[in-house]
Design a protein around this ligand. Structure first.
Ligand code: GTP
Length: 295
């Protein structure tokens, strides 16, 4: 199943940076060397076996943007499943940004009305911590207002390449594209119950994005899965620098045992168990025995 995903936003907003970190194993600091994207860069990313993301990274310099809305309008905006519009929170040209965003939504409404639309309010690391929520909500209201005038629905996320918010946003966006996500959820809930685990999380193998989670014990940190995505992805990259391959990880302490194991050909599973009476070997056998059901 091929899904056309448009990445749009003004030049320097951070589109190529996020694409490179999520799909091409860049570290955040490597993105400072990226040049401007000329016209549209296409890439295909295989995701969970049969889902292929056809990413269109649309260079944001003005001359290109004007072209997308005029001579290339049909070519760009037709048959789109997902639009990801990236805003640079530090941009000094808000009026222009909003104008392009409005033109983009109008073109989407005309050519791909049922597409999912996500807005990323990006580079939030540049906003002081205590102001982030308020700045984000304000921008979200402005973006929602433009969308509702066109009778379109959007979802907004605040993101930065310097923390787990990037993983959170991309996990949720990709989640919306997974064809059999309800049955996946049912199976994962069952596995979590059988293992008597606190939680079980599935990560996509190459990107380490969270695909699905089953949680039986509440936890105060709601962003913990994305934090783990970010940490393990960085760890995997460090392993590959020494020609080693990340295969499996276990963390045990007095409060819990955590297992991160290669699961299916396209996923890793993480199982967290806090019941000390459950032997680690039992958990590993359960993971092993359920593998085939998820392939
Ligand atoms: P075009 O290709 O011209 O459309 O630009 P782009 O949207 O692809 O921007 P790009 O990814 O090339 O990023 C421009 C600069 O922004 C780079 O120097 C990145 O390091 C920086 N950048 C990207 N994301 C972030 C972020 O979350 N925070 C901060 N502080 N800088 C970022």
């Amino acid at each position: 199943m091929l899904q056309k995903v448009l990445l749009m936003g003004k030049s320097g907003a951070g589109k190529t940076s996020m694409r490179s970190i999520i799909f091409a194993n860049y570290l955040a600091r490597d993105t400072m060397r990226l040049g401007a994207t000329i016209d549209v860069e296409h890439s295909h990313v295989r995701f969970l076996g049969n889902l292929v993301l056809n990413l269109w990274d649309c260079g944001g310099q003005e001359a290109f943007m004007e072209n997308y809305f005029e001579s290339q309008r049909d070519h760009i905006f037709r048959n789109v499943q997902v639009l990801i519009y990236v805003f640079d929170i530090e941009s000094r040209e808000l009026t222009k940004d909003i104008e392009y965003y409005g033109s983009c939504l109008a073109a989407m409404r005309q050519n791909s009305k049922s597409a999912k639309i996500f807005c990323l309010v990006h580079k939030m690391d540049l906003v002081p911590d205590e102001q982030r929520e308020q700045v984000f909500r304000q921008r979200e209201r402005e973006l929602q207002a433009v969308a509702s005038r066109l009778e379109l629905e959007i979802s907004c996320f605040k993101t930065s390449i310097w923390d787990e918010t990037l993983y959170r946003a991309w996990s949720q966006m990709v989640h919306a594209l997974i064809p059999n996500r309800d049955s996946l959820q049912t199976h994962l809930d069952k596995l979590c119950a059988v293992c008597q685990a606190d939680e079980v999380v599935l990560f996509e193998r190459a990107t380490f994005l969270v695909i699905c989670d089953a949680v039986r014990a509440a936890h105060e940190d709601v962003h913990r899965h994305e934090k783990i995505s970010n940490i393990i992805k960085q760890f995997k990259l460090s392993c590959s620098k020494t020609q080693a391959q990340f295969a499996t990880m276990q963390v045990r302490n007095a409060r819990y045992s955590a297992f991160i194991e290669g699961f299916t050909s396209t996923t890793y599973a993480m199982v967290i168990v806090s019941d000390a009476s459950i032997q680690p070997a039992t958990t590993l056998i359960n993971i092993e025995a359920s593998r085939a059901h998820f392939e």
